[in-house]
Every structure is written in structure tokens, then in C-alpha cells.
Design a protein around this ligand. Structure first.
Ligand code: HDE
Length: 696
């Protein structure tokens, strides 16, 4: 599948004589003909039509006018949120039929496949912002089912910052660049965001997710996805079961450290999209299991929180996640703009068998997404754009006209009912029927009492993390709040953290240099201390099964040991681990046997933050004198990565002040057996005990 580039066909470079003398231009030869949008073949794509070689350009040059006109209109408004995103096509395969709980088409039979399009995104940054911002990630899936399109527009966190849609514009205004100065970009570390959060206690649970390693995923394929809201499965008979959706990555969960993210964004701002593109290109298709938590009204009534409250999750220990299918992304887009930019997810796109609940955030979203698509895509016919059009079933209705209409009905009939005996009619049994939820109540603006506990699950998330992960949350808060110039904001946030955990808030306060602890924020409900830790909430307690799909950066120089390099390459290939060779010169590197090896990256151009583990295998070249080599090793060490070394790498280790003997993450490799041991050790992803020794 790897794409190779052909050099331009120089045979087609012909000479033509213009008034100004001899010039060169590319002629078509046997190639396809270049045309205008009207289909007229273009004779010259290099020179505008003018009077004389140095004279004025003519208004009648329709080729020039059309080309520039189209270019001037190439941009559409970027998404208000989730502007930075990347998509791919794939397939969902049902592994457990759910006909007893839903008539939803994708779950009709084991083995049934449904085409999907997925777009991952960050929330805050603009379209050109770096991939590894600290942020929640969007995880939006369009199922092209044979009963219409179903969009599951989720995030990589199962909870959200706010409980009611009416607060969304304020939340997003606060986190986006501040309006007078238009910075910071793709960052929540600024006064406006934390000011808003400090006055929004319901955000505390999601803040814990956003400050955790979850907000720095290693790649799209190592993060979970969640539908967030409670939805309904509905049977053909109209019976309803509540459901929460979970995507579980086959590669396992993995995140990076903040320092890696910062440096990685500089080294490769496109890291996540490149990772997805490359994985699909080499046939290493990213996959997720789809899991569901299903429960009835009785469970909902007994649950400690309101299942309609989007700031709450249901711990997997209380309601298991049952796997019902697998999604595999196996096809990159042909064109980013046509597909990824124009894809229009709408939460209200549901199919028979899936229905909404009264989650006020979901209700607001159902209203919002159509508006945003009309604004972005210019009219109501965006559903005809191929990436948005249903694939699994016909579209047949009387909607007509509007901007960019491409699917006009033939004939006289454009209304229903009609006496002509033509055209589509509704079908009461096959069509979408909403769940008959009985509703009563006063018309009023009321937040339910059952939404009032803002701290208990924030605490539950915190105590579910390993000590290392808890440390990362505290460091993230210290970093972010230190970027707030207004001391009062820092103190207000600490006053909320006090309701989550005393030692936690004290540590953050100490590291912020708060002169005295504030009073704890007044809590509408006291924090529950009895909620048990949930293992599923920790990344580190759920390590991957293997190191497959990860990447080792192998730093070599001329004379590198041929046997060790070959053993590492062979073992990595067997384990499905990628190897990138990094050397002082991109032109190639010679091993100890004199064999030349291609080099993937030049030292200095590929810092170790881009790799999951590294190997330092120098030859005769004095790598130890070079700063890029020292940075490569020091960073890998500081980021707790597994590091393979050889006898020849001792000088570089010494130059970096790293002692091999004291660290289990440092593995000397000399033959196939030791290489095997190194790769097995790498399955742990990081040697976390090292972090405590680093004094970061
Ligand atoms: Fe969105 N959201 N959102 N959102 N959202 C958009 O729609 C909105 C919310 C999510 O890859 C917009 O097409 C409101 C929660 C994703 O194209 C917009 C509210 C969750 C994506 C919009 C929310 C999401 C969006 C901007 C509060 C997780 C990217 C562009 C009521 C469950 C989809 C667009 C893609 C995009 C509105 C809250 C996820 C403006 C009003 C909660 C993954 O319509």
C-alpha cells in the first residue's frame, strides 16, 4: 500500500516561443488534459493573457479569472469547536446481536458489517494547531447503516464540563484564545478558562480528566471513546433499555507526558494524524471494540447519581461494559477537505432502535449541530456530499432546491399526500418511531436536585489513579494555574480541589506558593467518601497486552554492531514493532560489517519524544559529543522510556549522567536473547518507578 512518487515526466517539458523569447512550459503529451471548470481544455497554465509580453493582463482571461476565483473561495468556516481533526473510513462488525434490546440495524446479527467514517479531534485549537495539546479529544463516528445514518458524536472522556447546553458558548469562549489578544492557542492554561471553571463547580469531574494523562493520548488508536450521554436502545415493540457507549482501543490505552507533548508538538505538530495515516498505509489498521453499559429504570433509580447528568459516569464495576462489536479503520481519505473537513456529524442523526434521553446537554446538542453544518457547508444540501450521504439505504423525499442542489426529483410530484399515485410515503412500522416517554412538569428553568453533587465523582476519579498518575494530575494543575496571572483564580480553584481530596489540594497549593489555604468552596452536596476506586479509570492499571504497533527509535552511527542491529530489527518485526533508524547523516549509515543501511531520520530531526522506546547503538562516531545525541538519551530517560544500550553506548550514558546498573528500564542488548528481553520489558510502556528518582 505504500505510495511511491514518480518523478515529473521531463519529456513533456517543451519549448515554445512567446513574444518575450524562449520559454518553457509543461505540455500534456499523453497525460490527462487540464480543463477549466466548464470543461474547456487549457492551452497554457503558466502565463496570463496579456497585451504584449510585458503589457497589461486582460479581463477577458477567463482561465485566470476562474482559477483565482476558485482559489479565493477554497476555505469554509472552520468548526467552532473541534476544528483540528482527522478522519478515516472503516467498518464496524457486530460480534453480538442485540435484537432483544434494540432494532438498531448495526446490531441485527453477528458478523453484520456497517461502513463507518470516524473523525478524531481536539476541542480547543484552531484547524492548524498542534495535535498534542492538553485537551479532551473528539471521537465522532458516522455509521452508514442500512436504515440510515447514525452519528455517535463522542469524546475520549465519558463526562463533560457542564450539565446544561445553555452554558456551552460560555465554556468555549472561556477556553478559546482570549478575545482581545487572540491567545493562547490550543491551551486551557490561561485566566479566562480557569476563571470560568472556578465559578462552575459542575466542571470539576471533567477537569480531573482534562488534567490527567487522558488529555495527552499517545495516538488516536490508544484512546478510548465514549458516547457520554445516556441513550436508549429501543426494540421493534417499543421497549427501552438505557445505554452508554464505550470504544475500547485494541492497542490498549497509552498517553504521553506533558514534557513530551510540548517537545513533540515542536518536532511533529501532526503526530496524531501522521500516526493514523501511516498505520492505515502500512495495513496496520487501528481498531476499537464497541462496548455498551445497558441498564433499566430500576438500576437508574438506585444509582447514586442521575443518569441524565453528563458530568457523571457509571463505573464499570457497577454496570459492566459488554462488547458488541469491533470497528476497524482501514481506508484513509482520498481527499482531506472533501471528506474530513466536510463531514457533518449531527447528534440528532439516529436510526430506528436508538433514541435520546432527557440529558439536557444532549437535548441542546440535538438542536445545535444542524445549525453549525449549515453555516460551515453553506446550505441545507450538505447531506448530498458523498461523505455525508447515506450509503446503506435509499434517500427518497420531497425536499428540494436550496444552495447546491444536486439531487432533484424528476416529474411533477413534489408533495405528499398526492393523488397522482407517485412518490414515497411514510411507513408507520418500518419508520423511525420515538420512544413513548411519558413527560409531565411545570415549564421552568430548573436544575434538578439530582445533579447537585459536583465533587464525589471527581474524587472517585482521583483515587482511581495510580500514584504516578495522581502526580501528573497535580503537576498539570500547577502548570495550568501558574499560567493564570490573577492569584484569586488560583485560590478559587484550590478551594474546589479541597472538596476532592485534602492532600491533593494542599500539594497543589504548596507548589503554587499560595500563602494560605482558602476555605473550601461551598458545596451543594458534601463529597461522598465511600465511592470505591474504579480500576477502569486508570490508564496505567490497564496496560496493553503487547508492544505491537509501537515505535522504537534506534540511534546509530557508522560502525554500529551489525549483529545487534539485525537482532533488534528481526525481533521487532516478529513482534509487530516498528523500528526507525536515526543517524548523524540522512544519506545512510554503515554497520560494523560494512553494510550500508538507509536512515529514516537525521539525528536532531527526530527527538526521542517521537518514539515509545529507544535503543542507543553507536559505532565509532563520537555521538557523545553531540548535543542532539545527549538530548535524545536524556529525554528518553526523563520520560521513563525503556532504553536499550550496548557496550559502545557507555560514553553517551556517562555524558548524560545516567547509571545503567540502577534502572530496570535500561537494558543492555548484545544478542537475540537480550533483545527479546528488552522487547518484553517494553510492554510495560514506561519504567514508572524511575519518575520518582528524577526530581522533575
Ligand atoms: Fe459538540 N459541537 N457540542 N460536543 N462536538 C460540535 O459541530 C455542541 C459536546 C463533539 O468531528 C460542533 O460540526 C454543543 C459534547 C465532537 O466534526 C457544534 C454542545 C460532546 C465534535 C457543537 C456540545 C461533543 C463536536 C462544532 C453542548 C461529547 C466534532 C462543529 C450542548 C459527547 C465533530 C460541528 C466532528 C462538534 C456543539 C457538547 C462532541 C458547534 C452546543 C458533550 C466530537 O455544533
Amino acid at each position: 500500500m505504500a505510495t511511491t512518487r514518480q518523478p515529473p515526466d521531463l519529456k513533456n517539458l517543451i519549448s515554445v516561443r512567446g513574444d518575450g523569447g524562449e520559454i518553457h512550459q509543461h505540455a500534456s503529451g499523453d497525460a490527462e488534459r487540464l480543463t477549466t471548470a466548464q470543461g474547456v481544455i487549457i492551452s497554457d497554465n503558466q502565463n496570463s493573457l496579456s497585451i504584449g509580453a510585458r503589457g497589461p493582463t486582460l479581463l477577458e482571461d477567463f482561465t485566470l479569472r476562474e482559477k483565482i476565483f476558485h482559489f479565493d473561495h477554497e476555505r469554509i468556516p472552520e468548526r467552532v469547536v473541534h476544528a483540528r481533526g482527522y478522519g478515516a473510513h472503516g467498518t464496524f462488525e457486530c460480534t453480538r446481536a442485540l435484537t432483544d434490546v434494540t432494532r438498531a440495524a448495526p446490531f441485527a446479527a453477528v458478523g453484520k458489517t456497517t461502513e463507518v467514517f470516524v473523525r478524531f479531534s481536539t476541542v480547543t485549537g484552531s484547524k492548524g494547531s498542534p495535535d498534542l495539546a492538553r485537551d479532551i479529544r473528539g471521537f465522532a463516528v458516522k455509521f452508514y447503516t442500512d436504515e440510515g445514518n447514525w452519528d455517535l458524536v463522542g469524546n475520549n472522556a465519558p463526562v463533560f464540563f457542564i450539565q446544561d447546553a445553555i452554558k456551552f458558548p460560555d465554556l468555549i469562549h472561556a477556553v478559546k484564545p482570549e478575545p482581545d489578544r487572540e491567545f493562547p492557542q490550543a491551551a486551557s492554561a490561561h485566566d479566562n478558562f480557569w476563571d470560568f471553571i472556578s465559578l462552575t463547580p459542575e466542571a470539576m469531574h471533567t477537569i480531573m480528566w482534562a488534567m490527567s494523562d487522558r488529555a495527552l493520548p499517545r495516538s488516536f488508536s490508544t484512546m478510548e471513546g465514549f458516547g457520554v450521554h445516556t441513550f436508549r436502545f429501543v426494540t421493534a415493540e417499543g421497549a427501552s433499555t438505557f445505554v452508554k457507549f464505550h470504544w475500547k482501543p485494541k492497542m490498549g490505552l497509552q498517553s504521553v507526558l506533558w514534557d513530551e507533548a510540548v517537545k513533540g508538538n515542536g518536532a511533529d505538530a501532526d503526530r496524531h494524524r501522521r500516526d493514523l495515516w501511516d498505520a492505515i498505509d502500512r495495513g496496520d489498521f487501528p481498531a476499537w471494540d464497541l462496548g455498551v453499559q445497558m441498564f433499566d429504570q430500576e438500576f437508574a433509580d438506585a444509582f447514586a447519581f442521575d443518569v441524565l447528568d453528563p458530568t457523571k459516569l457509571i463505573p464499570e464495576e457497577e454496570c459492566p461494559v459488554e462488547i458488541i462489536g469491533t470497528m476497524t479503520l482501514n481506508r484513509a481519505v482520498d481527499n482531506f477537505f472533501a471528506e474530513t473537513e466536510q463531514v457533518a456529524f449531527c447528534t440528532q442523526n439516529v436510526v430506528p432502535g436508538i433514541d435520546f434521553t432527557n440529558d439536557p446537554l444532549l437535548q441542546g446538542r440535538n438542536f445545535s449541530y444542524l445549525d453549525t453544518q449549515v453555516k460551515r457547508l453553506g446550505g441545507p444540501n450538505f447531506t448530498k456530499i458523498p461523505v455525508n450521504a447515506p450509503k446503506g439505504c435509499p434517500v427518497n423525499n420531497y425536499q428540494q432546491d436550496g444552495h447546491m442542489q444536486t439531487a432533484a426529483r424528476k416529474g411533477r410530484v413534489n408533495y405528499e399526500p398526492n393523488g397522482w399515485g407517485e412518490g414515497p410515503r411514510a411507513h408507520p412500522l418500518e419508520g423511525y418511531v420515538s420512544y413513548k416517554a411519558p413527560e409531565t412538569g411545570d415549564k421552568a428553568r430548573i436544575r434538578p436536585e439530582s445533579f447537585a453533587d459536583h465533587y464525589s465523582q471527581a474524587r472517585q476519579f482521583y483515587i482511581s489513579q495510580t500514584p504516578v498518575e495522581q502526580g501528573h494530575i497535580r503537576s498539570a494543575l500547577v502548570f495550568e494555574l501558574s499560567k493564570c496571572a490573577e492569584p484569586g483564580i488560583r485560590a478559587r480553584i484550590v478551594s474546589h480541589l479541597m472538596n476532592i481530596d485534602q492532600a491533593f489540594s494542599q500539594d497543589v497549593a504548596d507548589r503554587l506558593g499560595l500563602d494560605q489555604m482558602p476555605d473550601a468552596a461551598p458545596a451543594a452536596r458534601p463529597t461522598r467518601m465511600d465511592l470505591a476506586p474504579s480500576k477502569a479509570l486508570s490508564i496505567q492499571l490497564n496496560p496493553p497486552e503487547s508492544f505491537k504497533g509501537r515505535m522504537i527509535g534506534v540511534l546509530v552511527s557508522d560502525g554500529t554492531d551489525a549483529t545487534v542491529l539485525a537482532a533488534l530489527r528481526d525481533a521487532a518485526a516478529d513482534a509487530g514493532v516498528l523500528v526507525k533508524v536515526i543517524a548523524p547523516k540522512i544519506g545512510g549509515v554503515a554497520d560494523s560489517a560494512g553494510t550500508m543501511h538507509p536512515v529514516d531520520e537525521r539525528l536532531g530531526g527526530a527527538p526521542s519524544v517521537l518514539f515509545d522506546a529507544v535503543a542507543i547503538l553507536p559505532g565509532d562516531d563520537p555521538l557523545d559529543t553531540s548535543k542532539p545525541a545527549k538530548d535524545f538519551l536524556s529525554d528518553a530517560h526523563a520520560h521513563c522510556k525503556f532504553i536499550a544500550c550496548s557496550a559502545a553506548s557507555a560514553a553517551l550514558f556517562k555524558a548524560c549522567g545516567i547509571t545503567v546498573a540502577t534502572d530496570e528500564g535500561l537494558c543492555t542488548i548484545s544478542d537475540a536473547a537480550s533483545v527479546e528481553r528488552f522487547l518484553t520489558a517494553c510492554t510495560a510502556l514506561r519504567n514508572w518507578p524511575r519518575e520518582a528518582t528524577l526530581n522533575l
